[in-house]
Design a protein around this ligand. Sequence first.
Ligand code: FAD
Length: 407
Amino acid sequence: MSQNKVVVIGAGHAGGTLVALLRREGFDGQITLIGSEVHSPYHRPPLSKSFDGENVKWLHEPSFYDSQEITTIFGDTVVSIDRDQHQVQLASGSQVDYDFLVLATGAEPRRLNLPGEDLEGISVLRSLDDADRLKEAINTGKSLAIVGGGYIGLEVAAAARERGVTVTVIEREDRILARVASPELSRQLTRLHADRGTQILTGAQTTGYQCDFGRVGGVYLADETVVPCEAVLVGAGAIPRDELAREAGLACDNGVIVDARMRTSDPSIMAIGDVANGPVDGLSTPMSRMRVESIPSAVEQARQAAEVIVDLEPKKDEIPWFWSDQFDLKIKIAGIVHGEFETALRGDVTDGTFALYHLRDGRLIAAETVNSPKDFMAAKRLLASQSAIDAQQLRDPATDLRSLISA
Ligand code: FAD
């Protein structure tokens, strides 16, 4: 399916990767990349790990787009899609025609709409501008409360502790990372954070924010206690930016529904990245479809979209994976942790170097590795090969993982 005019909405990781791949794969039609942010695409992961807003890590040097004859429109927002006319309308009033449209609009931080949420000192974290605000709040305050014990919250907790800030993580569920990690990884990370001075409250429901001379001064909890703080990060997950797609009548359900090659219900429109909800290899029903919010997935989906647009033979899908850095812990996860599973531990949790292999019906479904690149590589190969594995062999430090892969 070779098309002349490709328009990509969303100049984030997925959109920025796609436009570069299209040129690399020889697409010689017009490419237009439209993004609401004034910046060209940049890496978001450093925002929660180093808060280093001054040293932005660009996806490509800003001059790259001109050199590749990619038209960029930054600082403008697509407000509607006319599917009959094959045209998008921008907030500035201009229109752009497409033969092929790709939605790469990402996700936005979930707002909890609690009393006091607009107080100064309360931030979310998605963009460079958010990171600047958060950094400012942390630099001027000595105590930070983080509402939500997800990956972003824990990364910020670690970075703030390293700057000597007092940190309290407030998690509604009975464990941190409840939605995305195994109970064992949650337990180990809780311990590792506590050892480094982070206070973690679980089963703690945030009900609002205390005002202290016009700024946030604390977080109210349902048990009527208050967590005093000078700054708050709300890290309560992200929701897909799929309103454009919904208004245009595309099939959506927690994101834009796509097939295995990122095609939406309209043959001229694809969706990639955090906004796309599609089939994921190795998932069983009722979770056969999901949004995978990660850089590797954004890159993989951009590759799949490029293959469709340039009409290339599809390559084999990559195993989904994700990473997170907290203190000196390099956490890498291969596969999707979901449903029931048996866990085999390899390594030593006390020195922070270990891997949790999760098995179902004698096959690996996911592995969570901490400071153990060897285990991560082995897990990816085990997932790809779908070899039958015995949990006891995995637990045994004498087992050579390569022997399991070839088995
Ligand atoms: P985004 O990068 O969010 O880009 C979407 C872009 O679309 C945005 O710039 C938005 O402004 C724009 N847009 C939306 N609507 C419109 C519109 N109507 N018109 C024009 N433009 C529009 N993943 C990992 O794998 N490892 C990590 O360690 C990690 N750390 C992270 C840390 C932070 C702080 C954050 C926020 C995310 C992190 N992620 C991490 C997740 C990863 O960054 C995302 O999965 C990835 O950025 C998704 O790319 P995307 O292009 O789909 O969305």
